[in-house]
Write a protein that binds this ligand. Structure first.
Ligand code: PHE
Length: 361
């Protein structure tokens, strides 16, 4: 009888040693100590034994149970340790390697997006809100409502991209300026109006300072006592904030736009000092925007009484002022998608331009 127990012990211990993982070990445990396990079965023989053998048999089976239980526990922790060691070996990290820069350090914000945010920040601070219009626009809103009737020469000057005429003869186009957003805004809301509208515009033109798609920001203020002085002040304050200088030499030149009267183009002074461009001083002038008092015909066209309401509007070239502020000589590079250019001229992500924290850091 005790020989049986010894044999069984040897067998079970061998099985425990041989269990390759926790699952196999559990199977061995059930086969030995489970309800129908071999060791459990042994206990059932107890009743059939003569009384003088019962005690020693019972003790032997209990010892066997304890040893097997201990062996299982030991094997369990050995397996767990081995699993941990394997994982550690596989997941080693060489902490002497240099830190790889993540997307926040590598990625760059395009200078144009930066300028867009800077301009929005400055005008928002003056109480302007942002309005939008579609890139694909109607002839009516891009021209007619802006006091540019069908036979007007300005339509030729604009180098417009037209779509094929529709059944009724009307043609959609790619907007040539952001000025149609003036009309959309005045049609949608009552004065007082104070909006800017940054966006893409299109003209069939391409050289170092022109691309077929470029960016403008439109400005529109309509109220009952708005005058030219407000326009000048607003643009001067904008330029000082944008170029981050205390004084900016500006020139307001009489000009002509069908949708403003009087109209002015605005130049700002700049000087080349070797490789550096200084803004707001010097002898050279760069045109950055067109502006003027909104033409009475435009006001009347959207149902506003020109006797009661006046206002000013301006349209500024975003790419132009970006080139000037950040010294980027070729506009075409803006849209070439060259990462080296972006790495050089781009801005760190998550560094939002704010007037408090500095526009460009
Ligand atoms: N829309 C004009 C342009 O693209 C600029 C402008 C806007 C002029 C508003 C006056 C008033 O050239």
């Amino acid at each position: 009888m005790s020989g049986d127990i010894e044999t069984l012990e040897r067998q079970v211990l061998t099985e425990i040693e041989g269990a390759a993982d926790l699952q196999a070990l559990e199977a061995v445990r059930i086969a030995a100590l489970g309800k129908k396990g071999r060791i459990t079965q042994l206990m059932k023989r107890l009743g059939g034994l003569p009384p003088e053998e019962r005690k020693s048999f019972g003790q032997a089976v209990n010892t066997l149970k304890r040893r097997v239980g201990e062996a299982i526990e030991a094997r369990k922790s050995a397996l767990a340790e081995a699993a941990l060691a394997a994982r550690l070996a596989q997941e080693t990290a060489d902490i002497t390697l240099p830190v790889r820069p993540g997307p926040l350090a590598e990625g760059r914000i395009h200078p144009l997006s930066q300028i867009w945010d800077e301009v929005t920040e400055i005008f928002a601070d003056m109480g302007f809100s942002v309005a939008e219009g579609p890139d694909i626009e109607s002839d009516e809103l891009n021209f007619t409502k802006l006091n540019i009737p069908p036979e007007h020469p300005a339509r030729q000057d604009m180098d417009t991209f037209y779509f094929k005429p529709r059944a009724d003869g009307s043609r959609l186009l790619l907007r040539t300026h952001t000025s149609p957003v003036q009309i959309r805004t005045m049609q949608a809301q009552e004065p007082p109006i104070r909006i800017i509208a940054p966006g893409r515009v299109y003209r069939c033109d391409s050289d170092q300072t022109h691309t077929p798609m470029f960016h403008q920001v439109e400005g529109l203020v309509i109220d009952e006592e708005t005058h030219l002085g407000h326009l000048k002040w607003c643009l001067e304050e904008f330029c000082k904030a944008f170029f981050e200088v205390d004084e900016v030499k500006m020139r307001f030149r009489a000009s002509h736009f069908p949708f403003t009267e009087p109209s002015m183009e605005v130049d700002i002074a700049y000087a080349r000092r070797g490789n550096e461009i200084r803004i707001g001083e010097g002898e050279d002038w760069l045109e950055i925007l067109g502006s003027g008092m909104v033409h009475p015909n435009v006001l009347a066209g959207v149902g506003l009484d020109p006797e009661r309401y006046q206002g000013f509007a301006f349209g500024m070239g975003l790419d132009r002022i970006a080139m000037l502020k950040y010294g980027m000589p070729d506009l075409r590079a803006f849209f070439a998608g060259d990462v080296r250019w972006l790495r050089h001229y781009g801005f760190a992500p998550l560094e939002q331009p704010t007037l408090a924290g500095g526009l460009s850091r």
